[in-house]
Each structure stands twice: as structure tokens, then as C-alpha cells.
Ligand binder design. Structure first.
Ligand code: LR7
Ligand code: MN
Length: 579
């Protein structure tokens, strides 16, 4: 009997049945049409979900014993951290991609998974000799709806730039992503290329990043757990200084210095030195310049230095210590708050939080999130509820300053915090006042050690000074708005003992002779000094002019005018005066 295709022709020949032949041809034609992806424009989406094959991707195989840094992809786009541009064709659907991913996935897909990046460390870092017997590390990367190329680039950067004897494993925690390429294809790829060096854990339910990090760390086996976001690139020598410091101090939680990967063109750029982490009383994270006292205490400019808080995503901790002090709060949902919670906790409970200049890791900063932020208990405001939990456990009376900024949360449910309070008791942790006094004395406390604070009202118009909710980062106009009787933190100003009229981070100054703006506080700046006279005027020292509300209504910028002792529009009353 003939077999295969010969059987097929033989069959046709024998039957000489035209009708069957036609049927078979039609059937084959239909199969072709169905299998040809170009004929199914409606499946475009599905196609986009398939892993994009990267340059050189299949040339290397990595396993625990033999892995080596692959040859850089000479002449490939994005090498040495360069930004890449797209052709007109490649950027056809770019707007949709950006709207969904919040970074340029098309650019990322053009770049080798193990591209080279510039060594952004201080040159002194290159000659540091670290001890040989450093603790081992498990790198935990949690992801929800992250894409193939940035995730694998994170993994390759870790594998290629960590000494193999120190890297115990990379653990990828998939927090129930909805993207096909991150399912079975990722398993297959990792198994084929990395063996057991890279493990993928699938979260049993959507955990949110906070619980997902706990989950990854609980499954880690290295001495140290290092968390990274799933869109990072670890730089040369990033791991050793973290491990060396933990070897020296088990209770130090360490953050690498965070470089920028441009979300539009994927350009890797080193950020300079010079930041610590701070916070707003609304319990969002911010960057602050390194205080002089910290610089003076550093023996060398490349030594780890203390920071009051951290951004949250990139950190190393002794794994057992991390859980001894309580891991992350399992009742926090999705995103936000855990970074400040861990920062306050580690300091208050006897450890420290430090930034490590010689360890550098790039991160893609995205203007939005490719996943749902709603949460079940936080009902749309997961950050608000998570932060209530941290304020209730760690901030003592200072939680008042959080609620002042989030009045709508007063009385809202924040779940049970008894387990978290028990940690504080068990570890005999310091008070939040201790933290403010000792770790972050630069943090301005709106209602302590000031001459007057609260709403600043002109009693005749019931207009109050108001920042109109503008971000305090830049220079913002000081305006007036109907007094809100304490309902708006935008109307909460303080008159400090060194005569500044300020909000949380911004002080009142003049730009020209009549209008007032708030901008960064500078104690040496005479332009920022004010006095509040017994007759109720607020006098700007350098100009000897008075704050005046004459002719103004809601949203108008407040004016400076020549002082007149009895003028009603120049009378101001603070809500509270220090005794
Ligand atoms: O439900 C989720 N499940 C997840 O696994 C939501 C997110 N995730 C993953 C996500 O895929 C990513 O890998 O968690 C990681 C962090 O999420 P991002 O990248 O959307 O967060 P972010 O970079 O905007 O947020 C910062 O603040 C967060 C507060 O909860 C976390 O602490 C992030 O880790 C943190 N990232 C950084 O600090 C990176 C450096 C930024 C700076 C400066
Ligand atoms: Mn991130």
C-alpha cells in the first residue's frame, strides 16, 4: 500500500471521483484561510499577545553551573542603554500601546533581552573589594500584566550581572496576569533557557503586589531576599554591595540607587547621587536631598547612608529578618502604603533603612498601571485604606496629620490591625516621635514648634489662604478661597518660629512686588520671612508690605499692598496660636 502523500494521489486516481476532489480542494482552501493569520484581522490582539522573538534570543542556554554573560548584541538597537526610535510602521498602533501599557512596548521589543547598559556607578565603586563569603540572594520579581520583553530583560540583567555563586535563584511571581504570553510560553522559555535557576510561581488568587511579595519571599531559599519590579535592569556590580552590607548588619534593609529607563524610548540613564526618601503627610513617598548631617556622617561618598523611607520596589533584606519584623501586612491590598509601612517599622523596631550608592538598578517609571487598582476592601482607594492601616499601627498621635489630608477617610473601615500592633509590642519598637526626632528631624510637623497654625482667615470676607490643591513640588501661587472650617488641608498653613509662612514643604515668597508664591523652604532666604502683628496684619519682612485680600474672590492670588493698620482686608486670624 502506498503511504503519505502518495496514498492521497493514489486515492484520487483510483476513485476518479471529481466530486470528492472538489470537496477536498475546498476543504484545503478553507484550512489555509483559517490558518493564515493575515486573513484574520480580528485576531490582531491575540497576535500581539504572543511573545515577540528578540534578537539573538535563542543563542544562549543558561544553567546554574555554566551560565556566562552572553555576547552583547553588536549594532542592535538600545545597546549601551541608548534610546531607540521606531519606524512609521512600527509606531502605527503606538498610541493604543501607550494607553494600555504606559510605556513603549514596541521600543522594548526591539531591544535585545540582555542589552548592555552604561555602568552608572561612581568610579570609586569599581575598585571596592567585597568579602568572598557573602550571603546568597533570591531575587523576587512580582508581576501583574507585565510584558515579555521587559520582564525577561529584568531576569537577564540579574543573571548576567550577579556573581553566580551568590545568586541562589530568581523567583517570578505571576499575580494572575491576563496575558497569554506570560503563561505557558514563559514557563517553557524559562525551563528551556534557565533550568531551575528561574522559578515561576503562580499566585492562587490575585494577591496584589504586597501579598505577592510576601508569597515570593516565603518561597525563597537564599539568605537574602531582593525584590525588584518586573521592568528593571540591574547594573554592573549591583548585588555585591547589598549583600556585603547585610553581612555586616543583618537588620539593615537596603535599597539600590534607582536609575531611569525612559518609558518612551527605553533609554537607560544614570541618576546622580543625592537623594533620600521622605514622605508627605498624605502618606505618599517623595524624594528629598541628602541632609548635611547625613553627608557629614558618611566616611566615603560611596558608603551606604541612612534614608527615612524608600520608594518600595527595589530592596534587599536578610530573608529571616524580613519576616522576624513582620514581612508585609497581609491585609494590605494591591498597591501602596507598604513602602512607608516597612520604612517606619524597620527604623522604629531597631533596624535601619539605607541607600547603597554602588548598587544601581534601572526602573521604567510608568505614568499609569496596566492592571486594575480597585481592590476589594479598599473599594477603589487601596492606597488610602492601606495607609490608614499603617497610620493606625505605627504613627501614634501623628496619624492626625494623615487624616487632616484625608478627611473623607475618618471613621472608614481599615480592617483588623491587632496582629500588626502585636509586632510592635513584641519587638518593643520606638514611638513615631522617636522616629521623627532621630531618623527624620528635617520633616516639618505642621502643628508642632510653630507660632501659629491651621486656617488663616480674613474674618471680614471669610476667605482663607489656600494652595488650591496644587502640587507643592514646584512654585505655586498662594491664593484665597472660602474658608472650609478645617475640611481642606490646602488651607492649613503654619507660621514657624523662624518666621516662615508655609505649607508642608513650601514657603511663601514674593516673585514680584505684589504676588505671593509658595516654593521650596530655605531657612537662609530672607525673602521668606514674615511677621504676624498684634493688629492682625501679616507683614512680608523684606518688602514691608502686607497680605491683602481687597477685591479678591475664590481662586484669586493673594496680593501684597502697603500696610494700613486699620484696613479690614489686611486682618488675618490663624485657627490656632501656640500657648
Ligand atoms: O496587583 C498587582 N500585582 C503585582 O504583582 C500590582 C502590581 N504588581 C507588580 C507589577 O507588575 C510590578 O512588577 O508589582 C510591581 C510593582 O508595580 P508597579 O511597577 O506598577 O508599581 P510602581 O513602580 O508604580 O510603584 C512603586 O510603589 C509601589 C507601592 O505599592 C511598590 O512599592 C512598587 O514596587 C514601587 N516601585 C518602585 O519603588 C520602583 C522604583 C520607583 C521609584 C522611585
Ligand atoms: Mn514599577
Amino acid at each position: 500500500m502506498p503511504s503519505g502523500s502518495r496514498y492521497f494521489y493514489w486515492f484520487l486516481y483510483r476513485r476518479r471521483n471529481r466530486f470528492t476532489t472538489i470537496l477536498i480542494v475546498v476543504f484545503l482552501l478553507l484550512c489555509f484561510i483559517y490558518l493564515n493569520p493575515n486573513s484574520k484581522p480580528s485576531d490582531q490582539d491575540k497576535q500581539n499577545q504572543r511573545p515577540r522573538r528578540n534578537l539573538n534570543e535563542r543563542k544562549i542556554r543558561i544553567n546554574r553551573e555554566t551560565y556566562t554573560t552572553p555576547e552583547p548584541c553588536h549594532g542592535c538597537p538600545g545597546e549601551n542603554g541608548a534610546g531607540v526610535s521606531l519606524t512609521a510602521n512600527e509606531s502605527k498602533d503606538l498610541q493604543q500601546v501607550l494607553a494600555k501599557e504606559f510605556f513603549n512596548l514596541r521600543a522594548s521589543d526591539k531591544i535585545s533581552l540582555w542589552r548592555s547598559i552604561p555602568d552608572s556607578r561612581d568610579s570609586e565603586c569599581r575598585s571596592v573589594q567585597y568579602p568572598k563569603d557573602l550571603p546568597s540572594a533570591s531575587v523576587v520579581i512580582v508581576f501583574k500584566n507585565e510584558r515579555w520583553s521587559p520582564v525577561l530583560r529584568t531576569v537577564y540583567s540579574v543573571l548576567n550581572r550577579s556573581p553566580k555563586e551568590l545568586l541562589k535563584e530568581v523567583i517570578l511571581v505571576d499575580d494572575q496576569s491576563d496575558i497569554e504570553e506570560m503563561g505557558a510560553p514563559l514557563d517553557e522559555y524559562c525551563e528551556e533557557h534557565f533550568g531551575d535557576l528561574v522559578r515561576i510561581l503562580r499566585a492562587p488568587t490575585r494577591l496584589g503586589l504586597i501579598k505577592a511579595k510576601n508569597y515570593g519571599a516565603k518561597n525563597a531559599t537564599g539568605d537574602v531576599v531582593v525584590f525588584l519590579d518586573a521592568h528593571c535592569e540591574a547594573n554592573t556590580g549591583w548585588l555585591e554591595p547589598l549583600l556585603a552590607r547585610i553581612k555586616e548588619k543583618r537588620s539593615a534593609i537596603l535599597c539600590p540607587s534607582i536609575d531611569m529607563i525612559g518609558e518612551r524610548n527605553m533609554q537607560y540613564s544614570g541618576t546622580g547621587f543625592g537623594s533620600i526618601g521622605g514622605f508627605w503627610w498624605s502618606l505618599h513617598f517623595n524624594w528629598k536631598p541628602i541632609p548635611k548631617r547625613t553627608l557629614e556622617a558618611q566616611k566615603s561618598r560611596i558608603d551606604p547612608y541612612p534614608s527615612p523611607t524608600m520608594a518600595g520596589g527595589l530592596l534587599a533584606s536578610h530573608r529571616e529578618y524580613f519576616f522576624e519584623i513582620g514581612g508585609y501586612d497581609e491585609e494590605m491590598e494591591v498597591w501602596g502604603g507598604e513602602n512607608l509601612e516597612l520604612s517606619f517599622r524597620v527604623w522604629m523596631c531597631g533596624g535601619s533603612l539605607e541607600f547603597v550608592p554602588c548598587s544601581r538598578v534601572g526602573h521604567i517609571f510608568r505614568p499609569g498601571h496596566p492592571y486594575n487598582m480597585t481592590g476589594v476592601k479598599g473599594k477603589g482607594d487601596v492606597h488610602g485604606r492601606n495607609s490608614m492601616r499603617l497610620a493606625e499601627v505605627w504613627m501614634d498621635d501623628y496619624k492626625r496629620l494623615y487624616y487632616m489630608h484625608r478627611r473623607e477617610l475618618i471613621g472608614k473601615d481599615f480592617g483588623d490591625v491587632e496582629d500588626r500592633r502585636a509586632i510592635r509590642k513584641r519587638l518593643k519598637c520606638h514611638s513615631f516621635k522617636w522616629y521623627l526626632d532621630n531618623v527624620f528631624p528635617e520633616k516639618f510637623i505642621l502643628d508642632e514648634n510653630v507660632l501659629a497654625y491651621g486656617e488663616v482667615r480674613n474674618p471680614y470676607t471669610s476667605l482663607c489662604l489656600d494652595t488650591l490643591g496644587k502640587d507643592e513640588k514646584g512654585s505655586i501661587p498662594l491664593a484665597v478661597y472660602s474658608c472650609q472650617n478645617g475640611a481642606s488641608a490646602n488651607q492649613y498653613l503654619s507660621l514657624t518660629k523662624n518666621h516662615q509662612l508655609r505649607r508642608e514643604d513650601a514657603c511663601s515668597v514674593t516673585l514680584d512686588s505684589s504676588s505671593i508664591v509658595l516654593s521650596g523652604c530655605d531657612f537662609g532666604n530672607q525673602q521668606q520671612t514674615w511677621t504676624h502683628e498684634k493688629n492682625g496684619t501679616l507683614v512680608h519682612h523684606p518688602s514691608k508690605l502686607c497680605l491683602d485680600v481687597e477685591g479678591l474672590s475664590n481662586n484669586d492670588q493673594v496680593k501684597l499692598k502697603p500696610c494700613e493698620a486699620d484696613k479690614q482686608s489686611q486682618k488675618w486670624l490663624f485657627e490656632h496660636y501656640a500657648a
